[in-house]
Design a protein around this ligand. Structure first.
Ligand code: SF4
Length: 64
């Protein structure tokens, strides 16, 4: 099992919540928006919390 993480950057407001709750896989980029470090992960881990915490709902996680 693996998970594909997709972020709709057009809807990201740069609030930083994903990077705060899931620093293992999310960082704030130089343009002020968040970016996932890996778009394919074996373990969903804290990415689920990042998705659930995102105020604009711009993170999607899909089993592949
Ligand atoms: S929580 Fe959502 S809106 Fe906030 S920085 Fe992360 S992806 Fe962007």
């Amino acid at each position: 099992m693996a998970y594909k993480i997709t972020q709709n950057r057009d809807e990201c407001i740069g609030c930083g919540v994903c990077a705060a709750v899931c620093p293992d896989n999310w960082e704030m980029a130089d343009d002020g928006l968040a970016t996932p470090l890996k778009e394919m992960v074996e373990e969903i881990g804290c990415n689920e919390e990042a998705k659930d915490s995102c105020p604009t709902d711009c993170i999607e996680i899909e089993e592949v």
